[in-house]
Structure formats: structure tokens, C-alpha cells
Ligand binder design. Sequence first.
Ligand SMILES: *Cc1c(COP(=O)(O)O)cnc(C)c1O
Ligand SMILES: [Zn+2]
Length: 501
Amino acid sequence: MRPEAFPENIQPYLVPKPTGRLMYRCLDCQATFDIKELLYTCPDCGQVLLIDDTDPDRLKHVSGQTWRRIFDYRKMLTLPALKGIYRYHEFLGSILPLDAIVYLGEGHTPVVEASGPLQQRAGAAFYFKNDGQNPSASFKDRGMASALSYINYLIQEGTVSDILAVCASTGDTSAAAALYSAYLSPKVKSAVLLPHKKVTPQQLAQPLGNGAAVFEIPGVFDDCMKVVEALSGSYPVALLNSKNAWRILGQESYSFEIAQDFEYDLTGKVIVVPIGNAGNITAVMRGFIKFYQAGIIATLPKIVGVQSNHADPVYRYYQEPDPARRQFEPVTVQPSVAQAAMIGNPVSMPRVAHLVERYNTLAGQPHVFFVRVTEQQIMDWHLKANQHGHIACTHGGECLAGLREACRLKYVSEDDVAVLDATAHPIKFSGFQNMYFERSFPDAYEVSPDQRLINHPILVQPEGPVPTEGKPLSETELPRFVATVSEFIANALKLHRKSAS
Ligand SMILES: *Cc1c(COP(=O)(O)O)cnc(C)c1O
Ligand SMILES: [Zn+2]
């Protein structure tokens, strides 16, 4: 729909212009820094940064009611820059002009109610939000759309040129980084660092296909992260890890979309997310806080962060009930089917600690919870979800296992309705499904397949001539082949012949 066709009181707001004054703010020493610099950590104290508005009250000049209408009407616009996460422009990178925005189809992923029988089996009411339906098949595209739109803006401004974007990755960050960087090539080139043999073949194929320089490094993600930090400290490269606060900003759109999907009423809602480097849960908390403070939502939903017992540093931190005595200890990770979250020393831990306190204070009660699940539970619920018609990756399975755990611990009550983050598309992780079905999981995963969940292809090998490539069967051979094979399948499926009528 064209802008002039919208109600007159909405028209002035419909197509946003660059507004606000953004700055980086250090979480520790509170120092602020100019947004036109590519900064990742505080130059004064080394702590991580978040992006803040110097005048947050500017958003309150428009009522919550009007914002809701603006976002709802923007759904009907066909401007590419506003079709993705920048529907919420004023709440994200509001300084960006629309012609700097990179839109590759990210965001507005479906919220799908879990099938009735699955909700019954799980003993809870819930939806999946399918973030695997993003362009590179994970939620990381939200953050990359933001980070690369910002870089594109700096290029347009003439502040930077010939960018080399780098990241360390458990697989999905590099897929997203390579995709968005390639879209801006040749002005932007990308290099990605992956832990050798710790990403799936599909995730390795993605940055290779998008033309990134791909380095496989011995060790785990935490080791790659150290190398990338050293690189960005000594060389002129743009860091695309979630240490980059622009990534967090883009990922806040996940919360905005949930608000809009539920008509801005989040009473009794529980948002369940897996935790790896903790960028996602950081963004999810910030997103809801922003909408709450602008009066767009009246209630903050509960948030449940889930970790596997093979990579659980955030869970352990919150086991200490007294905030004053909490001490963060990195862990050594064990092999995990939630491989994209297999991180022992999350970069965003200081952001999480800061925001959990803020979130709980605003909610007036404990509202952010952390649970831990086993690899077995993750795999079993991942498979069960998909056998009920969903497209949950292993991390989506982790969320479902985590929801059950949160119900058991009474963090979630019987009337609550959960929204589970299916963070990636399951085809990225089909190797784990194969290991389960073929009973070939290495012991270190601690997964023993449940026979009832195993599925195998059945190879049909009829007697007599069979067609082969370039050699079809003759007119007499074909009917016999078709009859033999269909009889085999009918027997295998225990079908009864239709009665002749
Ligand atoms: C990155 C990722 C996670 C973990 O998110 P963090 O922001 O690192 O906590 C979970 N699932 C998938 C599929 C991911 O790609
Ligand atoms: Zn500082």
C-alpha cells in the first residue's frame, strides 16, 4: 500500500527519518563514545558496550497506542527497508537513513502454535517462533542486518572504505556474516573463524558458498573468539561477533515481533531462549524493556534461559541466590547437540548480569529464570517436536526441554503460555538426527537413542530387472516392476486392497 493511502494521523510517522542520538555506553565505567566509531569494547576499561539513546524520552512523545498503530500500519508498506527488522526503526538503529538499510528478507518469522498432541505430551501450552526461517536459516540474520546496515551507512558517509568483516562462530554467525557481507561486496569482504570439526557440514558450506575466507581453527569456539579478539585489537577489521553492540540492537527485533504478534498483550507469556554466547537473551531482555518503557506493552513477559549441562556457565552463575555473592566462572565445554550454544565463557555475561537485575526490578518480581537440561532431553524433544510437524533445531528442542524443566520448578505456571525460540533450521543440524537414528553418537554426548523415536529409510530391492540411470525399463518390464514394488510397499504399510465396486 502507498503511504498516501494511510490514515492522515499516521502518515507523518509511517516512513521514518533518521532520528535520535545514539552512543556506545560502557557497562562498567559508564563512559560514552561516539557512535561513528567502530568500537567493540570500552577503550578505557575493556568492558563490553551497549548502544543507548542520549534522549530516550524522545520515544515517549508518541503514545504507546500510536506506536502500536504505526507498527501495524507499517506491515502494509512495500518499502524494502521497512519490510524487515526496521519496521521498528525508531527503536533500533534510528540514526540510519533508509537507503543504508540492508534487507535480505530477515525477521517477521512465523509464530506457530504447537500441535495439540505435542502440547499435551509436553504438559504446557506453547508456540514456536521459527527463526530458522531467516535468510541464512538462523536468528543471527537479525543482528547481521543491523551490523551491516550500520557499516553500509559508514561507507556511504565516507567514514570507512574497504571493510574486512571478521567473526568467530559456532556456525550460524559466520553463515549470516558471510551472507550479508557478500551482499555488500566488493566494498565489504569477510573472513570467518570456525572451530575445526565443531560446525556441521551445512554450516561450513554456507560461508564457503558466499565467498568468505574460511579458517578452521583447532579447539572450540572460545579459542576462536580469543584469536578474533587479538585480530581486531591489532588490525583494522570490523568485528561481527555479538561483542559488537550493533548485533544486539538488531536482535532486539525478536521481542518487538513477539509483542506485535500477540497484539501487544504479553500477560502470562513466557519467552524461552537457549543461551550460548548470551547475545540473544541480552537482546530479548532489552527489546522488551524498550517496548515496556515506551508504553507499547503494559506487561513484561517472563524469560527463561536454557543451557545444556555440557555448557552451563550462566546457569551455574545464577545458582547462587545472593546477587552479592555471585561469581562468574567459565566452564570447559563438553560435546553438545546444541552445538551453536556450546560456549564456556560467554562474551555477553556482563550484559546479562546487568539486564537481569534491571528486568526483575521493572517487573517488580523475579521474572528471568535459568534452567539446565541434559543432552538426552534436548535430542528427544527436538525429534518429538518435528514428528509433530514443527521445524525445531536442536536448540528449539533445548527450549522445549527447558520449558518442561521451568514448569517442574514452578517458574512457569499452568496458565502461562510459552513462546519457544527455534533459533535455526533443523536441516543445519541433521547430522545429530542421523547419529540418533543410526545409534552412532560418541559416548561423550551422553545420548542413548529411544527406539520409538528412531526412523530409517527402507530400501526397496525387487527381484527382476530394475530401471537404472539412462536405462529405462522396456514396456513389458515396467508393469511387473511397478506391481512388485507397490505390493512390497502396501505390505510394509499393512494396507488392505480396496474392494472392487
Ligand atoms: C548463536 C546461536 C545460539 C546461541 O545464541 P547466543 O546469542 O550465542 O546466546 C542458539 N542457537 C542457535 C541456532 C544459534 O545460532
Ligand atoms: Zn569502561
